[in-house]
Design a protein around this ligand. Structure first.
Ligand SMILES: *[C@@H]1O[C@H](CO)[C@@H](O)[C@H](O)[C@H]1NC(C)=O
Length: 173
């Protein structure tokens, strides 16, 4: 399945290679009268200078290799490919399950099991309205400390990420 995707991907790459000269955005960026006249703002605060758009001429050509008209086709192709892959995989899995005599094995494995540490903490029981079975239940006031812990963890990581994202944002625009 992967070699199939690789052949199509390679074909799209070769298309990008062949159409590199004709890409209108590269032509305009590289043209001394168009891209050469567009002055861009500095990329950073103190040490960077103004620059001309045509200095990204090579980069725009290289990015055309991976980002051209055929990329749209490739994206659609990969969407279909992944669906087919999953379906074929399911089929193969079912066949192996049957051959190895493991057809009811998965059911045993996937039975709803609680982590024993969690179950020990749940003293209360409550009826599940769907299955009509008594299940361990943790009342709200016991859950609040855990909400605080997970809320604080998420806030910490979001603020770290935001700080870095902010730096990144200022450098690239
Ligand atoms: C960009 O354009 C300027 C002015 O038109 C020219 O002097 C310079 O050589 C060009 N640079 C590149 C990389 O094409």
């Amino acid at each position: 399945m992967l070699s199939f995707a690789a052949v199509v991907g390679l074909a799209c790459f070769i298309y990008g290679l062949l159409s590199m000269g004709g890409s209108s955005s590269s032509i305009e960026i590289c043209d001394p009268d168009i891209g050469g006249q567009i002055i861009m703002c500095p990329l950073c605060d103190q040490v960077c200078d103004y620059w001309r758009l045509n200095s990204t001429c090579l980069a725009s050509k290289v990015s055309h290799l991976f980002d051209n008209e055929s990329t749209v086709f490739f994206a659609i192709f990969m969407g279909i490919w992944v669906t087919l892959f999953l379906e074929f995989w399911k089929q193969r899995q079912a066949r192996l399950e049957y051959e190895w005599d493991l057809v009811d094995f998965e059911e045993e494995q996937q039975q709803h099991q609680l982590r024993p540490e969690f179950e020990a903490m749940c003293k209360h029981r409550k009826m599940n309205p769907v299955t009509k079975e008594m299940e361990p239940h943790m009342p709200l006031h016991r859950r609040i400390p855990w909400y605080f812990v997970s809320g604080a963890t998420v806030t910490l990581w979001v603020s770290i990420f935001k700080k870095h994202y902010h730096c990144f944002d200022r450098q690239s625009y």
